[in-house]
Write a protein that binds this ligand. Sequence first.
Ligand SMILES: [Zn+2]
Length: 215
Amino acid sequence: MQTDFVGPVTRFASLPDTPHVGHDESRRLLGDNPAEDAVSRVIAWAHAQPDSTLRVSHVRDWHDADDPLQCGHLEHFGPHCLKNSPGAQFVFPLDGILPDKELTILNATGLSNFATSDIDEVLAPHGGHALRAGLMGVWTEAKITFLAYDLRSRYPRFQLAVCSALTASSSRENHFIAMGGSAAARSRDPLAGCDRVGARGAANVTAPDNGTQPS
Ligand SMILES: [Zn+2]
């Protein structure tokens, strides 16, 4: 989760020309106290787990405005998450990480993490295992849904979980539709096969077969 997507904004502030989720969804994720919000607490918990229990991968939008291949994406969504810019920073702290923990940070340049980042190289060695993976991030109806679809397609043994409190969308309606919150939505459920977990849910993580799932 990065500033240009979910960073705090005041209620009546005009949104930057970016794929920001807006005040209400940002506040739902981050709350009023950065030390106590759901995202920061889950991230802190995940970063404190040994790799033998839980592996953590952060996929971040990481754009280069001079790359012709990214021009269309940046024109469509507006300039956002330009590499090394304040807007590309994570909204959660990276301190308190277990000393020997190996965080994986993947740079993505489009809506599909598999098409525009090295995520497949990270996951391929685990493809034959029934890993439990929790997804968190934005937007629920886009990158989270696409990631879940790709994971289900490429790694059918993985057990996926998506937590409503740790995901958000361009609108709350789109979020709940993507989460399959109504009968009509479930009939066209993009996250079919994923477990929906409660507010004390999951991070963007992979765990070994005997690992523990965030709870
Ligand atoms: Zn982008």
